[in-house]
Design a binder for this molecule. Sequence first.
Ligand code: NAD
Length: 321
Amino acid sequence: MAIVPEGMIADILTREASFDAVEKVFAAMAAGDAYNFPVVREAIGHEDALYGFKGGFDRAGGVLGLKAGGYWPHNLERRGIINHQSTVFLFDPDTGRVKAMVGGNYLTALRTAAASSVSIRHLARKDAKVLGMIGAGHQAKFQLRAAADTHRFEKVIGWNMHPEMLPGLAEVAEEIGLPFEAVDLPGMAEADVIITITSSFAPTLLAEHVSPGTHLACMGTDTKGKQEVEAALLGRATVFCDEVAQSVSIGEAQHAVAAGLIAEGDITQIGAVINGTHAGRTSADEITLFDGTGVGLQDLAVAASIVETALAQGTATVVPL
Ligand code: NAD
């Protein structure tokens, strides 16, 4: 069994490897070669923690496993460690024997950023120049770096409900070499691509704030009740997602479907675009929207890539079973 602990992941996992792993597994999902298991999420009645499992099987990639973990809201103040904690376990699909244990915290940020980047690669206009960021928390910085890897933007504009967090995002833009400007929400009309990555429970970005031809990657809504954009925007857009079942139940689409603005059948898995079975964007003024809810197979694909690299480098700890 290979062990790659959290502290080693940042040295092993690149954004490029995360992108490749996520793009491949989205394609496998759309081809019917990979599927996610029902998600388990429990309030355990201890430390106010939410704990659960996200698992799946990628027959094409030979990857079986689960990510176990969740949210411990008092970690930072009481113990000085981050509140989101997770670990990935991989199993041999031929025998069921455990293959690997991989730290899941840094991995989660990179696989989430990779998902929006995959959507930008396949759905944004090739002449997109301005990247709009809604949100400036932990994930936003990863999102910005990955988006800049994927597409040559000329400028970043940002809005956050808590404006005092925006300088942190501006710093990342500066590091990448992109000018950054804080804007109000109507100012988002300048963006060609917008990433939303907040923990909002009410829409902030309205349909009137978005220009024709924009691609949106809505990444923050991963729970029932959360919402980042006005449901009417999904009615105006061509909607894509990682997985339809999650999109309509815990993703941004939950609200548009409940309001009758779109139906489940109107939502396309991004993997279909990757595989060429859906055309994706068909005109320069079409609004495309990717509802990225985060599936277990993303975690497993990236974890498998980490294990492969760590074994090749000799940096994984291998213990006998
Ligand atoms: P964070 O706590 O570091 O940052 C939260 C962000 O949301 C900040 O920009 C904050 O200003 C903003 N915010 C907080 N309350 C708001 C409100 N009421 N209205 C508008 N904005 C508000 O969190 P994070 O780690 O950056 O995560 C952001 C979101 O992404 C969370 O909802 C998290 O659950 C989600 N997430 C999604 C995936 C996925 O795969 N889709 C993966 C990881 C995290």
